[in-house]
Ligand binder design. Structure first.
Ligand SMILES: [Cu+2]
Length: 162
């Protein structure tokens, strides 16, 4: 059951740091699914290489199932764009992996290879206020394609929470 392994991201408890929790995904009441897509027919690179959805809001403690971290795709947290105390993560070489997010705030995520084409996503766990300003402050340091896509995603967040 190689796909049942879950990593716990955002653990506050020091004792849990570094721990990988094994559980059956089927036990979970609700799981949001994020796909990684290569769409050769897309009109722009940011659409050709993308997370689907690229904006996702989940409650604190939710599990997100990332699918398609295969080939060259990765799911990589951007260290300056995750909440204080949340664990950095990178998924690669896994057709499917569940991550549980216990730390509220925003999580900026990129594909390590296709981020340069704008393959990024914004995950909002509970209340985004925890690190929203800090994450936005990092945008000027990103490569242009990532920055442009994140600016759209943060604008969308503000529409949702304005
Ligand atoms: Cu990719």
């Amino acid at each position: 059951m190689q796909y049942s392994r879950r990593l716990v991201a955002g653990m506050l408890v020091a004792a849990a740091a570094g721990a990988a929790v094994t559980t059956m995904a089927e036990d979970l009441p609700q799981v949001s699914v994020v796909h990684q897509i290569i769409d050769p027919s897309a009109d722009t690179p940011a659409h050709a290489f993308r997370f689907e959805p690229r904006y996702l809001e989940v409650p604190e403690g939710a599990t997100v199932r990332f699918k398609g971290s295969t080939g060259r795709h990765t799911v990589t947290s951007i260290p300056a764009m995750i909440p204080d105390g949340a664990r950095a993560f990178e998924i690669r070489g896994k057709p499917e992996l569940d991550l549980t997010f216990t730390q509220q705030g925003v999580y900026g995520i990129r594909c390590r290879v296709h981020g340069r084409h704008g393959m990024v996503m914004l995950l909002v766990v509970g209340d985004p206020a925890a690190n929203l300003a800090a994450a936005q402050a990092y945008l000027p340091k990103l490569a242009e394609a990532e920055r442009v896509e994140f600016e759209k995603l943060f604008a969308h967040l503000e529409d949702q929470h304005g």
